[in-house]
Design a protein around this ligand. Structure first.
Ligand code: NAD
Length: 469
């Protein structure tokens, strides 16, 4: 798309019911989103079902070539996509935000296109020859959240398309325009009907999860919705990949250098203004360096400008919606009421337009405080003091979620030993939340099941078939 207006026009409905989407930073209208219904979903599934066999028959090389062209198309429209994402989601253009997210879309499309997946010879002993292949599933449903709406949609659709499936996407009702625009750009390079977006509410998501024409659901969102999807998909025994909520712990060992790690800690927690599934949400710091870490982190956090996304200076934005703002405000208020110490923030301006909650650091907080035990999903980080590594590990593992975790130390070998004790799908060392399209990513415990990315991610979008003879 050549201009922002052309991009918006390409997704603006010319008929049917619409809904005005408001910019979370300014309250101004961003555009009109279609209000799709379960009938629209039926049509999308019928079109996907019709388009899928020819797409599957193309084979891996032709499908990969189409995905590489789609990555080029995303890059051609990168600036327009980033501006729309910034206005609808709230995230700034700069920092690890809107432009970064659009860049990630192209990167994930390319890696899904170029990752090799060969049939595997499991046994070949002269008598038995057994090979493991992966056949397309058919039509895949992709249901996503509002925090990284474009990137997570690509995480779902890129491996699905590469493996020969058609895809019906149900975006979050908070960020439909971003997903519609991304799909419009990708669709410049795909056959008609193969990829469509049904921009409806929960009832559309529920119908998608229960539909007999859908073979698999890729879901990213809250643990509560993940459980609902398990139930609604049960009658049709759908395959599921569930990337659910997290409350990631970071453990700073006593030998870490507070100054050296402060910026990494900050972005681990505050990337996308804290609205990130695998962000650092509970920081455990050894008592020997507790005060120094608090001070260095506060120094870094105080320099990070928060404001309207289209202002090039900002690197932090508003909460995407009022509901999430209220969750953050409630949890910080509970922490303050308990006597915890506010190092920074915690004092939102009630007169400020937009869902802006200030960058907040809370020290001397008990491990059972709600700001520690509940997922805040916003710009507020509790910092908990510990005395022994056993205590820190026990606290980190005490919750029923386990998406990511991190260990911070000057001694990588010592950090790996602690990492192995943590109940999380990924444990990073001296960084947090660094996802990579080549490296498998998935949750432990109630953070979900199934792996995305890399060759494991491709396998998850196929039906394993053994040919034995
Ligand atoms: P949500 O669960 O409220 O909504 C996600 C999507 O599910 C939306 O599109 C929604 O319309 C749809 N939905 C709602 N009810 C449904 C139902 N009964 N059946 C089918 N679909 C339904 O989540 P959210 O508030 O958009 O996202 C925030 C949450 O997502 C946080 O908990 C966060 O940790 C999690 N998250 C996880 C990851 C990850 O990779 N693990 C990534 C991003 C966000």
């Amino acid at each position: 798309m050549e201009t922002y207006d052309a991009l918006l026009a390409s997704i603006s409905p010319t008929s049917g019911e619409t809904r005005t989407i408001l910019d979370p930073a300014t309250g101004q209208p961003v555009g009109q989103a279609p209000v799709h219904t379960v009938e629209d979903l039926e049509q999308a599934i019928a079109a996907a079902t019709a388009a899928q066999p020819a797409w599957a028959a193309l084979g891996h090389d032709a499908r990969s070539a189409a995905l590489l062209r789609a990555a080029d198309a995303v890059e051609r429209s990168a600036e327009e996509l980033a501006r729309l994402l910034s206005r609808e989601q709230g995230k700034p253009l700069n920092g690890p935000n809107a432009r970064f997210e659009v860049g990630a879309c192209a990167a994930w499309l390319r890696v899904a296109a170029t990752t090799a997946l060969e049939p595997e010879t499991v046994v070949d002993d002269g008598e038995t020859r057994a090979e493991l292949h992966y056949r397309p599933i058919g039509v895949v449903g992709a249901i996503g959240p509002w925090n990284w709406p474009m990137m997570i949609t690509v995480w779902q659709l890129a491996p699905a398309l590469r493996m020969g499936n058609a895809v019906v996407v149900k975006p979050s009702e908070y960020t439909p325009l971003s997903v519609l625009a991304l799909a419009a750009v990708i669709n410049e390079e795909l056959p008609e009907g193969l990829l469509s977006v049904v921009s409806g509410g929960r009832e559309v998501g529920e119908a998608l999860a229960g539909h007999p024409g859908i073979g698999k659901i890729m879901f990213t969102g809250s643990t509560a919705t993940g459980k609902a999807i398990i139930k609604s998909s049960a009658d049709t025994v759908k395959r599921l990949t569930l990337e659910l909520g997290g409350n990631d712990a970071g453990i700073v060992l006593p030998d870490a250098d507070p100054k050296a790690i402060a910026e990494g800690l900050f972005w681990g927690a505050f990337i996308n203004t804290g609205q990130t599934c695998a962000a650092l949400k509970r920081l455990y710091v050894h008592t020997d360096i507790y005060d120094a870490v608090c001070e260095e982190l506060t120094n870094v956090a105080a320099t990070m400008p928060m404001g309207i996304g289209l202002d090039e200076a900002n690197v932090l934005g508003p909460l995407q919606n009022r509901q999430q703002y209220d969750i953050v405000a409630r949890l910080v208020d509970a922490a303050k009421a308990s006597g915890a110490r506010v190092l920074l923030g915690g004092n939102p301006d009630p007169d400020r337009t937009g869902h802006f909650y200030p960058t907040t650091l809370i020290a001397d907080i008990d491990n059972d405080n709600p700001l520690v035990t509940e997922e805040q999903f916003g710009p507020a980080l509790p910092i908990i003091r510990y005395s022994t590594v056993d205590e820190a590990v026990a606290n980190a593992n005490a919750l029923d979620v386990g998406l990511g975790a991190s260990v911070w130390s000057a001694d990588p070998a010592a950090a790996r030993t602690v990492a192995a004790r943590l109940e999380a799908g990924t444990v990073w060392i001296n960084k947090h939340g660094a996802v990579d399209p080549r490296i498998p990513f998935g949750g432990a415990k109630q953070s979900g099941y199934g792996l995305e990315f890399g060759v494991e991610g491709l396998k998850a979008l196929g039906v394993p078939q053994v040919i034995n003879g």
